[in-house]
Ligand binder design. Structure first.
Ligand SMILES: C[S@@+](CC[C@H](N)C(=O)[O-])C[C@H]1O[C@@H](n2cnc3c(N)ncnc32)[C@H](O)[C@@H]1O
Length: 156
């Protein structure tokens, strides 16, 4: 069973987002080890560049400690795939890796150092979503990809 982590910045403030994530986490627990790793959010008052650098450093620290993991950065500059293509990608990654880390940047995004070291950069749309809502959208999609791979009636 592959382990799936979502590495992200800050705690979710909105109740409806927390509840949505909890629902998909519960559903996913039958098929995968699913964990959300929340890293400290930097204060914008110290400067946006500083916030991006510190948060990116925290993300790099976490993912570099994990062996045999495949790192996918959610990135507006990344590639767009269909849900079926992504399900297929997950299936293939599972054959050679024990863990997948999905990385969501903070409210100001991430710096290019992270873009250079990840294995794949995935774009959900040309539109920008808030980082906390992105966590819920991603959780739903992970459940959709796993449903496709496990022949669960969910994806239409
Ligand atoms: C508010 S966005 C940051 C916007 C920032 N200007 C940038 O270009 O990255 C916060 C995070 O959510 C994720 N995100 C938001 N919209 C996305 C999309 N359409 N596709 C992929 N990731 C997205 C990215 O990980 C991003 O770092």
């Amino acid at each position: 069973m592959i382990r799936i982590n979502v590495v992200c910045i800050g705690k979710v403030k909105e109740k409806y987002i927390r509840e949505g994530i909890a629902e998909f986490s519960k559903r996913l627990s039958k098929y995968t080890k699913f964990e959300i790793i929340e890293l400290a959010e930097e204060d914008d008052n110290k400067g946006i560049e500083n916030a991006i650098n510190s948060e990116t450093e925290r993300i790099i620290n976490v993912i570099s400690k994990k062996n045999y993991s495949y790192n996918i950065l959610l990135d507006l500059k990344g590639k767009m795939l269909t849900s079926e293509e992504m399900a297929d990608k997950i299936e293939k990654i599972s054959m050679t890796n024990s863990e997948i880390n999905f990385i969501i940047g903070g409210s100001n995004g991430v710096d290019d150092n992270l873009r250079k070291i990840v294995d794949y950069r995935l774009c959900f749309s040309k539109m920008t979503f808030p980082h906390q809502l992105m966590r819920l959208i991603l959780s739903e999609q992970i459940y959709r990809w796993i449903s496709i791979n496990n022949n669960i009636k969910y994806h239409k």
